[in-house]
Design a protein around this ligand. Structure first.
Ligand code: DC
Length: 230
Protein backbone atom coordinates (compact mmCIF):
# COMPACT_ATOMS: atom_id res chain seq x y z
CA UNK A 1 0.00 0.00 0.00
CA UNK A 2 1.49 3.32 -1.06
CA UNK A 3 1.42 6.02 1.60
CA UNK A 4 2.28 9.66 1.43
CA UNK A 5 4.60 9.50 4.44
CA UNK A 6 6.49 6.38 3.44
CA UNK A 7 10.20 6.91 4.01
CA UNK A 8 12.84 6.65 1.33
CA UNK A 9 16.62 6.41 1.49
CA UNK A 10 18.51 7.48 -1.65
CA UNK A 11 21.85 6.03 -2.68
CA UNK A 12 23.29 7.91 -5.64
CA UNK A 13 26.70 7.77 -7.26
CA UNK A 14 28.69 6.90 -10.37
CA UNK A 15 28.90 3.56 -12.17
CA UNK A 16 30.63 0.73 -10.38
CA UNK A 17 30.71 2.37 -6.97
CA UNK A 18 28.74 -0.49 -5.39
CA UNK A 19 25.36 1.20 -4.95
CA UNK A 20 23.44 -1.96 -5.85
CA UNK A 21 25.25 -4.10 -3.27
CA UNK A 22 24.88 -1.49 -0.52
CA UNK A 23 21.24 -0.92 -1.46
CA UNK A 24 20.52 -4.66 -1.06
CA UNK A 25 22.32 -4.79 2.29
CA UNK A 26 20.57 -1.71 3.71
CA UNK A 27 17.13 -2.80 2.45
CA UNK A 28 17.82 -6.27 3.87
CA UNK A 29 18.60 -4.80 7.33
CA UNK A 30 15.45 -2.65 7.29
CA UNK A 31 13.11 -5.08 5.48
CA UNK A 32 12.34 -2.31 2.96
CA UNK A 33 11.70 -2.38 -0.79
CA UNK A 34 14.37 -1.67 -3.39
CA UNK A 35 14.40 0.48 -6.51
CA UNK A 36 17.29 -0.20 -8.89
CA UNK A 37 16.51 2.77 -11.13
CA UNK A 38 19.38 1.97 -13.51
CA UNK A 39 17.60 -1.26 -14.42
CA UNK A 40 14.71 0.77 -15.87
CA UNK A 41 17.10 2.68 -18.15
CA UNK A 42 18.79 -0.59 -19.10
CA UNK A 43 15.42 -2.28 -19.86
CA UNK A 44 14.40 0.70 -21.99
CA UNK A 45 17.73 0.45 -23.85
CA UNK A 46 17.17 -3.27 -24.42
CA UNK A 47 13.66 -2.71 -25.74
CA UNK A 48 14.88 0.09 -28.03
CA UNK A 49 17.62 -2.15 -29.43
CA UNK A 50 15.05 -4.91 -30.03
CA UNK A 51 12.54 -2.64 -31.76
CA UNK A 52 15.24 -0.79 -33.71
CA UNK A 53 18.07 -3.26 -34.27
CA UNK A 54 21.24 -1.70 -35.73
CA UNK A 55 19.85 1.82 -35.30
CA UNK A 56 21.67 4.30 -33.06
CA UNK A 57 19.33 5.59 -30.34
CA UNK A 58 20.37 9.19 -31.01
CA UNK A 59 18.86 8.96 -34.52
CA UNK A 60 15.44 7.92 -33.14
CA UNK A 61 12.93 10.62 -32.21
CA UNK A 62 12.82 11.45 -28.50
CA UNK A 63 9.02 11.09 -28.41
CA UNK A 64 9.31 7.57 -29.80
CA UNK A 65 11.91 6.61 -27.19
CA UNK A 66 9.75 8.10 -24.43
CA UNK A 67 6.79 6.11 -25.71
CA UNK A 68 8.81 2.90 -25.45
CA UNK A 69 9.87 3.80 -21.88
CA UNK A 70 6.29 4.62 -20.91
CA UNK A 71 4.86 1.39 -22.26
CA UNK A 72 7.39 -1.14 -20.98
CA UNK A 73 5.68 -4.24 -19.67
CA UNK A 74 8.10 -4.98 -16.84
CA UNK A 75 7.80 -6.90 -13.61
CA UNK A 76 10.27 -7.62 -10.83
CA UNK A 77 9.80 -10.99 -9.16
CA UNK A 78 11.53 -12.55 -6.18
CA UNK A 79 12.44 -16.14 -7.08
CA UNK A 80 14.26 -18.12 -4.38
CA UNK A 81 16.99 -15.67 -3.29
CA UNK A 82 17.17 -13.82 -6.60
CA UNK A 83 15.36 -10.89 -8.11
CA UNK A 84 14.22 -11.78 -11.63
CA UNK A 85 13.32 -9.06 -14.14
CA UNK A 86 10.69 -9.92 -16.74
CA UNK A 87 10.06 -7.94 -19.91
CA UNK A 88 6.88 -9.06 -21.68
CA UNK A 89 7.14 -12.19 -19.53
CA UNK A 90 10.71 -13.00 -20.65
CA UNK A 91 13.52 -13.24 -18.11
CA UNK A 92 15.99 -10.50 -19.12
CA UNK A 93 17.85 -10.27 -15.80
CA UNK A 94 21.23 -11.16 -17.28
CA UNK A 95 20.77 -9.52 -20.69
CA UNK A 96 20.52 -6.02 -19.24
CA UNK A 97 23.67 -6.38 -17.12
CA UNK A 98 26.20 -6.23 -19.96
CA UNK A 99 28.61 -3.30 -20.32
CA UNK A 100 27.07 -2.67 -23.76
CA UNK A 101 23.59 -2.27 -22.30
CA UNK A 102 25.00 0.00 -19.55
CA UNK A 103 26.48 2.28 -22.20
CA UNK A 104 23.23 2.29 -24.21
CA UNK A 105 21.26 3.02 -21.05
CA UNK A 106 23.51 5.98 -20.32
CA UNK A 107 22.90 7.34 -23.84
CA UNK A 108 19.11 7.19 -23.70
CA UNK A 109 19.15 8.44 -20.09
CA UNK A 110 20.45 11.77 -21.41
CA UNK A 111 17.13 12.34 -23.25
CA UNK A 112 14.77 14.42 -21.05
CA UNK A 113 11.58 12.83 -22.48
CA UNK A 114 12.83 9.36 -21.54
CA UNK A 115 13.61 10.50 -17.98
CA UNK A 116 10.17 12.09 -17.71
CA UNK A 117 8.52 8.89 -18.98
CA UNK A 118 10.23 6.81 -16.27
CA UNK A 119 9.50 9.19 -13.39
CA UNK A 120 6.07 7.93 -12.31
CA UNK A 121 7.20 4.32 -12.65
CA UNK A 122 10.10 4.99 -10.27
CA UNK A 123 7.93 6.81 -7.73
CA UNK A 124 5.46 3.92 -7.74
CA UNK A 125 8.13 1.81 -5.98
CA UNK A 126 7.55 3.91 -2.86
CA UNK A 127 5.55 1.47 -0.76
CA UNK A 128 5.28 0.70 2.95
CA UNK A 129 7.31 -0.03 5.02
CA UNK A 130 9.91 2.01 3.06
CA UNK A 131 12.18 2.19 0.03
CA UNK A 132 15.92 2.17 -0.61
CA UNK A 133 16.45 3.66 -4.08
CA UNK A 134 19.72 3.63 -6.00
CA UNK A 135 20.68 5.57 -9.10
CA UNK A 136 22.00 8.91 -10.27
CA UNK A 137 19.17 11.37 -9.51
CA UNK A 138 17.27 9.70 -6.67
CA UNK A 139 18.04 12.48 -4.18
CA UNK A 140 18.04 15.39 -6.63
CA UNK A 141 14.95 14.68 -8.78
CA UNK A 142 12.96 11.52 -8.07
CA UNK A 143 12.73 11.70 -4.25
CA UNK A 144 13.80 15.23 -3.24
CA UNK A 145 12.09 14.83 0.18
CA UNK A 146 13.96 11.65 1.11
CA UNK A 147 14.71 11.20 4.79
CA UNK A 148 18.33 10.28 3.99
CA UNK A 149 20.44 10.92 0.89
CA UNK A 150 23.80 9.26 0.53
CA UNK A 151 26.20 9.93 -2.34
CA UNK A 152 28.79 7.20 -2.78
CA UNK A 153 32.04 7.89 -4.61
CA UNK A 154 35.28 6.02 -5.33
CA UNK A 155 38.20 6.64 -7.67
CA UNK A 156 37.62 5.51 -11.28
CA UNK A 157 40.50 3.01 -10.97
CA UNK A 158 38.98 1.43 -7.87
CA UNK A 159 35.52 1.27 -9.46
CA UNK A 160 36.91 -0.32 -12.62
CA UNK A 161 38.79 -2.86 -10.50
CA UNK A 162 35.60 -3.76 -8.60
CA UNK A 163 33.71 -4.21 -11.87
CA UNK A 164 36.62 -6.25 -13.25
CA UNK A 165 36.56 -8.65 -10.28
CA UNK A 166 32.75 -8.91 -10.46
CA UNK A 167 32.86 -9.87 -14.15
CA UNK A 168 35.81 -12.25 -13.63
CA UNK A 169 33.83 -13.99 -10.86
CA UNK A 170 31.02 -14.50 -13.35
CA UNK A 171 33.53 -16.06 -15.77
CA UNK A 172 33.40 -13.08 -18.13
CA UNK A 173 36.77 -12.16 -19.66
CA UNK A 174 37.37 -8.40 -19.68
CA UNK A 175 40.20 -5.99 -20.14
CA UNK A 176 40.85 -3.71 -17.15
CA UNK A 177 42.07 -0.71 -19.14
CA UNK A 178 39.03 -0.81 -21.43
CA UNK A 179 36.80 -0.93 -18.32
CA UNK A 180 38.55 2.21 -16.98
CA UNK A 181 37.94 3.94 -20.30
CA UNK A 182 34.27 2.83 -20.46
CA UNK A 183 33.70 4.16 -16.94
CA UNK A 184 35.34 7.46 -17.81
CA UNK A 185 33.04 7.89 -20.85
CA UNK A 186 29.95 6.91 -18.84
CA UNK A 187 30.86 9.23 -15.91
CA UNK A 188 31.40 12.07 -18.32
CA UNK A 189 28.01 11.56 -20.01
CA UNK A 190 26.07 10.99 -16.77
CA UNK A 191 27.66 13.98 -15.01
CA UNK A 192 27.47 16.47 -17.85
CA UNK A 193 24.04 15.89 -19.37
CA UNK A 194 21.64 18.84 -19.11
CA UNK A 195 18.75 17.00 -17.43
CA UNK A 196 19.20 15.42 -13.99
CA UNK A 197 22.98 15.07 -14.18
CA UNK A 198 24.76 12.88 -11.68
CA UNK A 199 25.69 15.07 -8.71
CA UNK A 200 25.21 14.96 -4.96
CA UNK A 201 22.00 16.57 -3.68
CA UNK A 202 22.80 19.68 -1.63
CA UNK A 203 21.69 17.79 1.50
CA UNK A 204 23.44 14.50 0.67
CA UNK A 205 26.05 12.83 2.84
CA UNK A 206 29.09 12.01 0.73
CA UNK A 207 30.97 8.79 1.45
CA UNK A 208 34.23 8.09 -0.36
CA UNK A 209 34.39 4.28 -0.52
CA UNK A 210 37.77 3.98 -2.27
CA UNK A 211 39.48 2.59 0.84
CA UNK A 212 36.41 0.85 2.32
CA UNK A 213 35.01 -2.66 1.93
CA UNK A 214 31.30 -3.50 1.58
CA UNK A 215 30.82 -4.15 5.30
CA UNK A 216 32.43 -0.82 6.21
CA UNK A 217 30.29 1.14 3.73
CA UNK A 218 27.13 -0.65 4.87
CA UNK A 219 28.07 0.09 8.49
CA UNK A 220 28.57 3.76 7.75
CA UNK A 221 25.24 4.02 5.87
CA UNK A 222 23.45 2.14 8.68
CA UNK A 223 24.88 4.64 11.20
CA UNK A 224 23.21 7.43 9.27
CA UNK A 225 20.02 5.36 9.00
CA UNK A 226 20.05 4.99 12.80
CA UNK A 227 20.27 8.77 13.19
CA UNK A 228 17.68 9.74 10.57
CA UNK A 229 15.12 6.96 10.23
CA UNK A 230 12.53 6.65 12.96
O1 DC B 1 23.19 2.09 -12.42
P1 DC B 1 23.33 1.50 -13.82
O2 DC B 1 24.75 1.24 -14.22
O3 DC B 1 22.50 0.26 -13.97
O4 DC B 1 22.75 2.62 -14.80
C1 DC B 1 22.86 2.53 -16.20
C2 DC B 1 22.78 3.92 -16.79
O5 DC B 1 21.46 4.42 -16.62
C3 DC B 1 23.70 4.96 -16.18
O6 DC B 1 24.96 5.02 -16.83
C4 DC B 1 22.94 6.25 -16.35
C5 DC B 1 21.50 5.83 -16.35
N1 DC B 1 20.82 6.12 -15.09
C6 DC B 1 20.34 7.40 -14.92
O7 DC B 1 20.56 8.25 -15.77
N2 DC B 1 19.62 7.72 -13.81
C7 DC B 1 19.41 6.82 -12.86
N3 DC B 1 18.71 7.16 -11.78
C8 DC B 1 19.93 5.51 -12.99
C9 DC B 1 20.64 5.19 -14.13
Amino acid sequence: MKQKNTQVICLDGPSGVGKGTICLAVAGHLGWHILDSGSLYRITALQVSRLFPDVEAKTIEAAQLADIALNLSVSYEQMDQNLVILLDGEDITQQIRTEEMGAKASQIAAIPAVREALLARQRAFLQQPGLVADGRDMGTVVFPDAVLKIYLTASPEERALRRYKQLKDKGIDVNLSSLVEDLRVRDDRDMNRKTAPLKPASDAIIIDTTELNIEQVTGEVMNWVGQRVG
